[in-house]
Design a protein. Sequence first.
Length: 253
Amino acid sequence: MSRKCLFCPNPVDSAEHLWSDWILEDLKPVEPIHIKFGKTFAKWVDDPEVRIKCVCQKCNNGWMSAIESENKPHMLAMLNDKPTVLLPTQQKLLTRWAVLKSMILDGSSPQRRPIPFYTECERTGMKPPSRSLPVNTLTWIGRLEVKAFHAGLTNTFGGINGIPKAFQGCVVTIIVGHLVIQVLTMHVLPMFATNRIRPVDKPGAWNVDLLEIWPVFGEKCWPPKVSFVLKGSTPHHIAHLINRWKIGEDITK
């Protein structure tokens, strides 16, 4: 039986590039891509043109391609280290791009993770005409001092009002060039469905390292005050961001 597209009932017949051609063309060569696939293993890919077969041609060449085109101008500026002012509409567009990549990573290995974190309703809601983002999603952006590629997926969880594991979360950290993006989507118990959830993360210099772009609160000027680094013992090391929410189970463990 053929796999169904992550975003519609059509069978999978297209492989989605994790990194679009315009990103690959602009940034080669840089540090090797590090991508984590699936629930129980980590796969490190040095080929920047890695493709993940989980969608249909109609979705891939239609609304998904439109998301890439809509984000290309401001993303190209940031991944090439050009200061950029993001209007609220651009922040939502960038969040949609990051959530789309998160859903693709989440659904990349059905053999090892048969039930994706993102629900079918959340995935189909990304498509026109609704173009909706999953409820209880938070998104931040930052700057890395050097150009690099990275995409990693981690599970997390937390309590609410003394009830342990009242929410389950999926965290995706993406690095394209100098641009760093982190997305956290949470699923909460029904009794807390109307609550605005602000989960507790590990201590860090997040107020100077990151800009929150979703939910949107006015325009944002990128880069933040302080950049992430790859070397040295410092609270601004990129590893601290990648491990920021590792208070639950690492799905690649």
